[in-house]
Design a protein around this ligand. Structure first.
Ligand SMILES: Cc1ncc(C[n+]2csc(CCO)c2C)c(N)n1
Length: 232
C-alpha cells in the first residue's frame, strides 16, 4: 500500500463524516440556508488567498524545476478558476461576490490557514504536500459522491459547483500531489513520516470543521474585540 493509500485509509471516517455533513448534504439537495452559504463564501475567499501563499512558500523550498512549475500552475488555477464555484454560490444567495470579500476569518478557518502556514514555514516540502493534499482530495471526492448520489442536471442550483469539483484539473492536482508525496515518503525518516501524517489528518479534520463553521455561522466569542479579530 502506498503512503497516500494508507493516509486515505486512516482518514476514512473523516471523509465519510464530510460526505454526511449537513452543508455537503444541502449542496446535494440544492437547499441550504443563505446565511450559511454567505458565511462559507466570505471565509473561503480568504482561505484561497492563504492557500496561494502556501503554494508560494512551497516554491521557495523546491529544488526541482518541475515542482516549481506544478505549484505555479496551481496558483494560476486557484487565482483564475476557483472563483467559478464561488459565483455559483453567490447566484444562489443573490449577492455580488465583491460584497463577500475582505471579512475576518472565523476561528476555525483562522486555525486552518495557520495550520497550513506553520507546516509550510517550519516543515519540509513533504510536510507541505501532506498539509495541502486534503484540500483538493476531499473536494474531488465530494464532487464524485454528489455526482453519483444526486446525478444533478443543469437546473440543479449547485450544478456548477458540483461539476467544477469533478473536473480533470482537480483530479490531476490530487494525483500529482499524491505522486509527489509518495515519492517523498520513500526516503523520509519515521519522524518525518509522522509529521506528514499528522499534517494530513489534521487538514482532513479541518476540512470537516470548515463546513461545520459555515453551517453553524461560527464567529469569535465576542464582537467587542473587533480590532483583534478583523483585518488591520
Ligand atoms: C476549505 C476548502 N478546502 C478545499 C477547497 C477546494 N480547493 C481549494 S484550492 C483547490 C485547488 C488546489 O490546487 C481546491 C480544490 C476549498 N475551496 N475550500
Amino acid at each position: 500500500m502506498s503512503f497516500t493509500d494508507q493516509l486515505r485509509h486512516d482518514a476514512k471516517p473523516i471523509f465519510q463524516a464530510i460526505f454526511n455533513h449537513p452543508f455537503v448534504k444541502g449542496i446535494g439537495e440544492g437547499d441550504l440556508p443563505k446565511e450559511a452559504v454567505a458565511h462559507y463564501v466570505k471565509a473561503n475567499a480568504e482561505y484561497l488567498h492563504a492557500f496561494m501563499n502556501v503554494y508560494g512558500i512551497a516554491i521557495s523550498k523546491c529544488s526541482d524545476r518541475e515542482d516549481i512549475a506544478f505549484f505555479k500552475e496551481n496558483i494560476e488555477f486557484v487565482l483564475n478558476s476557483e472563483i467559478h464555484p464561488h459565483h455559483n454560490l453567490c447566484a444562489y444567495i443573490e449577492t455580488p461576490y465583491e460584497d463577500l470579500q475582505g471579512y475576518p476569518l472565523p476561528p476555525t478557518a483562522d486555525h486552518y490557514i495557520k495550520h497550513m502556514k506553520t507546516h509550510a514555514h517550519e516543515g519540509t516540502l513533504g510536510e507541505i504536500l501532506a498539509v495541502l493534499l486534503p484540500c483538493p482530495w476531499t473536494y474531488l471526492e465530494i464532487g464524485d459522491y454528489l455526482m453519483e448520489h444526486v446525478q444533478p442536471t443543469p437546473d440543479h442550483p449547485f450544478y456548477e459547483w458540483i461539476t467544477f469539483y469533478v473536473n480533470d484539473e482537480i483530479k490531476a492536482t490530487t494525483n500529482q500531489l499524491r505522486k509527489k508525496l509518495d515519492a517523498w515518503a520513500e526516503t523520509a525518516s519515521p519522524r518525518e513520516k509522522k509529521a506528514m501524517k499528522d499534517a494530513f489528518i489534521k487538514s482532513c479534520q479541518l476540512e470537516w470543521a470548515f463546513w461545520e463553521m459555515a453551517y453553524r455561522l461560527e464567529t469569535w466569542p465576542t464582537s467587542s474585540l473587533k480590532e483583534v479579530t478583523s483585518h488591520a
